[in-house]
Design a protein around this ligand. Structure first.
Ligand SMILES: C[S@@+](CC[C@H](N)C(=O)[O-])C[C@H]1O[C@@H](n2cnc3c(N)ncnc32)[C@H](O)[C@@H]1O
Length: 246
């Protein structure tokens, strides 16, 4: 418990040294950091080619570059209380072998790796810059032996996980229903998955990369409700905890 509180405090104090990691990893001076983080959300949105994009995953592999790191870093710094609540949620459920799917800048994977209840974290992200940045952060924070970095779930070579963390990712996928079916297959009967989603492009199209197609969303909820049972938690956030129904 005390260790959990220390991890939360470290995140709330400095987001696990995020700013210094950004400056060191991207060889940036302190005076350039604000520019890197400023307008990150709109800069990322403006990169999106709209309808011209035929494969959604190309956006995350080929187009975003370091813009997603900037966007996620700004979000984790400016919404630190919200992110801290998602870390509290992880602390309630994470154990043994953890898959962090779409791990971004690594906040959740790093916090899980710091936890004594977690044996190993598999950080999966389609974006190479994100993987390299979080690998660097894990070394700096001394938890690199507890994290393996992979481009896909298949690359982890693991057949089952005790915990799955998939936060703010499902709305970025062409077929979120298929993704949670895959999660279902790699969970044990007592595994827990933490999911949230935001199937909305925003009032001013701030999130042009989010899926908002009615049929895709209906298929997602049908799959979710037929394969997973929600496990109650008292934290007032949209992220939900699930176990397998069968
Ligand atoms: C909005 S970010 C969320 C990051 C992190 N989970 C968080 O809560 O801060 C979405 C992440 O999903 C990754 N991603 C998108 N499509 C993916 C895919 N098909 N497989 C793995 N990662 C993917 C992106 O590269 C990005 O890091």
């Amino acid at each position: 418990m005390e260790k959990d509180n220390l991890i939360l405090k470290e995140f709330l104090d400095n987001a696990f040294n995020l700013k210094s990691h950004l400056m060191e990893f991207f060889s940036m001076k302190e005076c350039d950091l604000d520019g890197f983080l400023a307008n990150a959300k709109m800069n990322l949105a403006n990169l999106h080619p709209g309808e011209a994009l035929s494969d959604v995953s190309d956006f995350y592999t080929d187009i975003v570059g370091d813009r997603h790191v900037a966007d996620l870093a700004t979000w984790h710094i400016t919404s630190k209380d919200y992110i801290a609540d998602t870390l509290k949620l992880q602390q309630r459920f994470s154990k043994n072998t953890v898959l962090d799917f779409g791990g971004g800048i690594g906040t959740h994977a790093l916090a899980n790796a710091m936890s004594t209840r977690v044996e190993h974290v598999f950080f999966v992200d389609i974006n190479k810059t994100n993987r390299n940045f979080v690998e660097y952060r894990a070394r700096e924070l001394g938890v690199d032996k507890k994290i393996t970095f992979c481009q896909s779930i298949k690359d982890t070579k693991m057949s089952k996980f005790d915990t799955i963390v998939c936060l703010d990712v499902l709305e970025h996928l062409a077929d979120p229903a298929s993704q949670i079916e895959i999660f279902n297959e790699i969970m044990k009967s007592n595994s827990i998955a933490l999911f949230n989603w935001y199937f909305y492009k925003g009032e001013k199209n701030e999130y042009p990369f989010h899926i908002d197609d009615d049929q895709i969303i209906e298929k997602f909820f049908t799959t979710l409700q037929s394969n997973f049972l929600e496990v109650f938690h008292p934290i007032l956030i949209t992220t939900r905890a699930y176990k397998r129904i069968r």
